[in-house]
Design a protein around this ligand. Structure first.
Ligand SMILES: NC(=O)c1ccc[n+]([C@@H]2O[C@H](COP(=O)([O-])OP(=O)(O)OC[C@H]3O[C@@H](n4cnc5c(N)ncnc54)[C@H](O)[C@@H]3O)[C@@H](O)[C@H]2O)c1
Length: 240
C-alpha cells in the first residue's frame, strides 16, 4: 500500500490513478476535500482519503499512524504536494514570509511525511519513497527563488536519506520534472511559464501520463539498485 500526498490534483492524482490501476491500495493526503474525493472516485482499487496539512507535524504523525493501523503496512510514499509561492520576482523582491511558506510545504512537508513513514517501512525492511523535486531545484529558475531553493533542499534530503537507509530494503529517490500543465503551472504568470518552457529542448511540456509512468517505475520493486538519486523528466533540459 502507499501514501500519495497532493493527491487532489495534477501529478499526485495522475500517479494515484496509475498505482491504483496497478493494484496498489492507497491513502490519499491533501487539503482540498472536494478534489480529493474526485480523485478517489476515479481509482479502481482500495483507497482512503485524509485531509492533512503536511506542514503540521502532529497532523502528519496522526494520519500516518492511522494509515499504518488501517492498512497494516506502508510500502510506498509519494510526496507530490507542493506550491510555487509568488514567482516572476527577483530575490530582493521576495517576501520572506512567502519564501518560508514555500519551504514549509515543499521541504518540511516532505521531511515530515518521510520522518513518520520510515519507522513503519523499517518494520518490514521494505519501502519506496519518491519526493517530487523539480528542474528548478537542479538549475535554479530566475524569478523563482523560494521554489527553486526549496526543491534544491528536497534534492539534498533525497541524497542524505538514500545513503542513510541504503543498508535496508528502503530506497529514497526524487523526480525532477520541467513543465507539466497542471493547476500549479496555470496559476503562474505567463511570462514565468514561457521562461521555463522555452528552455525545454524537446520544445513541449511533459504529460501527466509521462510523469505517472516514470513515478510508477521509481517506486516499483524492480527499481532496486538506485537510491538517493534525482531522476530527470525535463525533455532534455538536464542531462545530469
Ligand atoms: N507541474 C509541473 O510542471 C511541475 C514541475 C516540477 C515539479 N512539480 C512538482 O510536482 C508536485 C505536484 O505538482 P502539480 O503540478 O501536480 O501541482 P498541483 O497544484 O496540481 O497539486 C498540488 C497539490 O498539493 C496540495 N497541497 C498544497 N499544499 C498542501 C499542504 N500543505 N498539505 C497537503 N496538500 C497540499 C494542493 O492542494 C494540490 O492538490 C509539486 O511538488 C510540484 O512542485 C510540478
Amino acid at each position: 500500500m502507499g501514501i500519495v500526498t497532493g493527491a487532489a490534483s495534477g501529478l499526485g492524482r495522475a500517479i494515484a490513478k496509475k498505482l491504483s490501476a496497478e493494484g496498489a491500495s492507497l491513502a490519499l493526503f491533501d487539503l482540498n476535500t472536494d478534489e480529493l474525493n474526485a480523485t478517489q472516485n476515479v481509482l479502481t482499487g482500495r483507497s482512503a482519503t485524509y485531509i492533512v496539512d503536511i506542514t503540521n507535524e502532529s497532523a502528519v504523525r496522526e494520519a500516518i499512524s492511522n494509515v499504518a493501523e488501517t492498512f497494516g503496512r506502508i510500502d510506498l510514499l509519494i510526496n507530490s504536494a507542493g506550491i510555487t509561492g509568488k514567482t516572476n520576482l527577483k530575490s530582493h523582491e521576495t517576501a520572506t514570509e512567502d519564501l518560508l511558506s514555500v519551504f514549509n510545504v515543499n521541504f518540511i512537508g516532505s521531511y515530515l511525511t518521510s520522518k513518520y513513514v520510515l519507522p513503519v517501512m523499517l518494520r518490514n525492511n521494505y519501502g519506496r519513497i519518491l519526493h517530487m523535486a523539480s528542474i528548478a531545484g537542479k538549475e535554479g529558475n530566475a524569478g523563482m527563488l523560494a521554489y527553486s531553493a526549496s526543491k534544491a533542499a528536497v534534492i539534498g534530503m533525497t541524497k542524505v536519506q538514500g545513503k542513510e537507509y541504503a543498508g535496508t530494503g528502503i530506497t529514497i529517490n526524487a523526480l525532477a520534472p520541467a513543465v507539466i500543465r497542471t493547476a500549479l503551472v496555470d496559476a503562474m504568470p505567463e511570462e514565468q511559464v514561457k521562461y521555463m518552457t522555452d528552455k525545454i529542448p524537446m520544445q513541449r511540456c511533459g504529460t501527466l501520463e509521462e510523469a505517472a509512468n516514470h513515478a510508477a517505475f521509481i517506486v516499483s520493486e524492480q527499481n532496486s539498485f538506485t537510491t538517493g538519486f534525482t531522476f530527470d523528466l525535463s525533455g532534455g533540459r538536464a542531462t545530469y
